[in-house]
Write a protein that binds this ligand. Sequence first.
Ligand SMILES: [Zn+2]
Length: 521
Amino acid sequence: MGLWNVYFVCKLMLHHAGAIVLQPWMNLCLALALLLPLRSPAWRYARQSVAIAAAAALLYHESFLPPWRSLFSEAGALSGFSLDYLAELFTRIVDARLALWLFALVAAYLVLRRWLRVSAFVLLALVIVPVLPSPRSGGAASAAGSPSLAGATPDTMINDGERLTAATSDAELNRAVERFFAEEARRTLLFPRVTRDIDLILIHVCSLAWDDLRAIGEEHHPLLGRFDILYTHFNSAASYSGPAAIRLLRGTCGQTPHDALYDAAAPDCRLMDQLQQAGFRPQLLMNHDGHYGHFREDLERRGGLEAAPQPTTGARIAMQGFDGAPIAEDYDVLQRWWQHHVAAKETRVALYYNTISLHDGNRLADAAGGWRRNYPRRAHKLLDDIDHFLSDLEASHARAVVVFIPEHGAAFHAGPGQIAGLRQVPGPNVTDVPVGVRLVGLQVTPAPRPLRVDTSISYLGLNQLLASVMAAAESGRGNIDLAQLVAHQHVTPFVAENDGLMVVRAGDGYYTRGPDGHWSR
Ligand SMILES: [Zn+2]
């Protein structure tokens, strides 16, 4: 098989390291096709060409890279990316250590082939290795690390309601997923009618998970301490912007499978419709144009947010997006909107604000007039901006419920099976996001601030809290007892999806289902 041996040995090693999931039968077929004796040089040449294409496709399939279809649909086509961002992504995928290993392998092969029938060993290994237990786990589970806050180990404090199932066989996990979606399909929530003056402000932040906050040392940023309620295990259930926004905007129903996000939603599941019926006026605000990945279309067609975007003209441009488009400064956009809101004497507005300031590949202007990618600096600025905006709200004596909720994490750190910044595996390192709720101008029963909720919560639980707060504010009877409200919040076990990949919390850890339908730890 010549140099093809190196291809197979590399893959066996990657499989062993948990970076890919080897498909033994497909590899054996490829190896046997290469071993078939062919006389004609033309045929041999044709076979090599086909084999190279097949080998590349097979390796891609075995990797944890996002399926092509999702790469194109989410990325709004790679052609939209600026050239230097593409170059940066390439250097993250092809890492230098891997290239060195490959070089060493080729050298070893050239030496050994004089004395050994390398092909025979490779064929034998292809049959044996996949049936041996993998010493390291692959995919999201190991990439995830500890999703808890410092000091808390999630799997010792886990209650049974937070785990999909205790068993971890393929069959049991599949049954548990089916049961989960069947139960979730029955859950709906109704918002109470509101007549008092109060606004609801949802701040949907692209690319910020607990894992990212810890990685950049911002897990104690003053903004987080300022919330009345802080969720330490909120599952965004999605790792890309479009599905995350649809999930949030359909969050008055139970969790739906990823594919169903693109079907029509039942009327009760559309958060903005419900808020409208409750007496609110839906509004949309973004610090970008919403073209990327058909985001605006997802909001409107799938999320049911039909309002035209609020103008952001005149807002300060803070950075250049990964696709070259301008991105406005969060504080400036929000405070301009607020000033307009106050001047227009609007009330009962349900604002959905979307910010992509933290998206991978965005660049800040540096002192020298150039552009620099700097996630920690951008994240710090975003947290400061929201903090500043909250201060303005509090000083204005307005009544508003403000929800800070990231879409998904940034995957700032790469892990096995994860490329930094690409978030293809929806593990807890990407979908466990810091969600904070601040009640501005409302009377709250004193409790330590922030009141930390460590149980597994998702959109339905959050909306349940918001509906309860609205009902309490409407009744106008005394203080709102937040501790009591969070004690009755709906707990959702961890199930997160991306196109073709699913991660669940089961047994004593996290399990990933690949596109081939198999689960791995
Ligand atoms: Zn996003």
